[in-house]
Design a protein around this ligand. Structure first.
Ligand SMILES: CC(C)(COP(=O)(O)OP(=O)(O)OC[C@H]1O[C@@H](n2cnc3c(N)ncnc32)[C@H](O)[C@@H]1OP(=O)(O)O)[C@@H](O)C(=O)NCCC(=O)NCCSC(=O)C(=O)O
Length: 407
């Protein structure tokens, strides 16, 4: 599973140590798949166009002229420049495909064919390669060559229709939800293929074909079968759920103006809420009674929370074993003891910014944890390492390629 086993540097630790990944991918979704693999120790080479590189480099807030998002999004990867418009660039791209265990592509189908980075070409060049292809609509769709962005995927997935209040417009979540989940599911698919590869001596490559709308669509679970069986379209229900498996689930404003989410989804946890509110526990003994009484509980909680400060609410909820949380801001996350105890906020040295705080590696592995060993690198920072040391291109060849703007 680990290719030639050459020491490719990187974190040198983690579950995916030695796994070689090349990304012909830009913006958020594909690079997120690479990021998940890189966090667990894979050697991920991010191929970018010379000049400005991946548009993701310029995204998000900026400090002193330095964009911040890419410091996280590009972390743990190697950056190389390569102009795929050049025949010489494509030749090197094909050498990277031959080198890799996993190839991630998110350019549109037409460009992939032009540049011989589509499944047929990748499979011909490296018959054992696992290709993860992310596109707006899927490679088998009649819309295979159309451009796609994550928000389109979110809108199409059914999730946006369900998000927001019944009397308000549909709402997208406040981050690149569709892209991020597509990247995560792409990484999951790669691991499934790697398991096959490790256990099947006849493994002859795999083509993973993922459309931006599909991961969220898969995750909404009960909506489609509900429509199929009942003919009803699930609708927005604010911070509750359109079908209520939980008798208590909502977000309430405290006396000092913060928001607190409370959720109880088992018999005992709902009884805990009833007890806390001073309601007769025997009226909330069965799930039918709890379902019947859910509006009383909701109204009771709204008033109870409004009459107290956030800290008072959270202390009493904890005492009563009612599961609740302040709705965290980034500042709350950084100040929170549990995040600190978990090691979920780490400090990494960055060449431009000095020490920066960001998410640690998630999930945690106790025995062979992943590691953040660098922030997002400068454009082309690893050209020499990857092209010379890993692919074996001569120094003179590199100089010439650079002179001609190929790298
Ligand atoms: C993101 C896209 C809409 C961008 O579309 P386009 O700008 O039309 O680009 P194409 O995919 O056709 O790819 C060709 C272009 O890639 C650029 N390109 C990229 N890498 C290179 C290298 N190494 N060399 C040369 N050119 C390069 C270059 O500008 C090409 O333009 P030409 O030379 O002119 O051809 C599309 O790539 C797409 O639908 N991708 C699949 C789904 C996806 O991943 N979407 C983004 C999710 S993130 C997201 O939604 C978000 O960030 O928000």
């Amino acid at each position: 599973m680990t290719g030639t086993g050459q020491d490719t540097g990187g974190s040198g630790q983690g579950q995916l140590r030695g796994l070689k990944v090349v990304e012909f991918a830009h913006v958020v979704a594909g690079p997120m798949a690479g990021s998940m693999l890189a966090d667990q120790g894979a050697d991920v080479v991010h191929v970018e166009a010379p000049g400005a590189g991946d548009a993701a480099r310029a995204m998000g807030p900026v400090r002193d002229g330095v964009p911040l998002w890419f410091k996280v999004a590009g972390r743990n990867k190697r950056s190389v420049t390569l102009d795929l418009h050049h025949a010489a660039g494509r030749e090197i791209a094909h050498r990277l495909v031959a080198w890799a265990d996993v190839v991630i592509v998110t350019l549109r189908a037409g460009r992939l064919r032009d540049w011989e980075l589509d499944w047929e070409a990748v499979h011909r060049i490296n018959p054992k390669a696992i290709l993860l292809q992310i596109s707006g609509f899927g490679a088998t769709s009649s819309r295979a060559n159309e451009p796609g962005f994550g928000k389109m995927g979110e809108a199409r997935s059914g999730v946006v229709h369900l998000t927001g209040f019944p009397d308000g417009p549909p709402v997208h979540t406040g981050f690149s939800h569709g892209d991020a989940v597509t990247g995560l599911m792409g990484a999951y698919a790669v691991l499934a293929a790697l398991h096959r590869r490790a256990n099947d001596p006849g493994f002859d490559g795999e083509w993973i074909d993922l459309a931006l709308f599909e991961p969220l669509y898969r995750l909404i679970e009960w909506q489609i079968i509900t429509y199929d069986q009942l003919g009803t379209v699930p609708e927005r229900a604010g911070n509750q759920l359109a079908v209520a498996p939980a008798a208590v689930i909502n977000t309430y404003r405290s006396g000092d103006g913060e928001w607190i989410t409370v959720t109880s989804a088992t018999l005992r946890s709902v009884r805990n809420v009833a007890r806390l509110l001073g309601l007769p526990e025997e009226d909330y003994a069965t799930s039918a009674q709890q379902h019947e009484g859910r509006e009383t509980l909701d109204k009771g909680l709204r008033e109870w929370v409004a009459a107290r400060t956030t800290d008072e609410c959270l202390a009493e909820f904890a005492r009563a074993e009612v599961v609740a949380s302040r709705v965290f801001t980034a500042a709350d996350i950084v100040a929170d003891p549990v995040y600190a105890e978990r090691g979920d906020i780490i400090t990494v040295d960055d060449a431009d910014l000095g020490p920066v705080r960001m998410q640690g590696v998630i999930p945690h592995f106790h025995r062979r944890p992943g590691k953040v060993w660098r922030t997002g690198p400068a454009l082309g920072q690893d050209n020499h390492l990857v092209y010379h040391e890993w692919l074996g291109l001569a120094e003179e060849e590199l100089a010439e390629l650079e002179q001609h703007g190929v790298i």
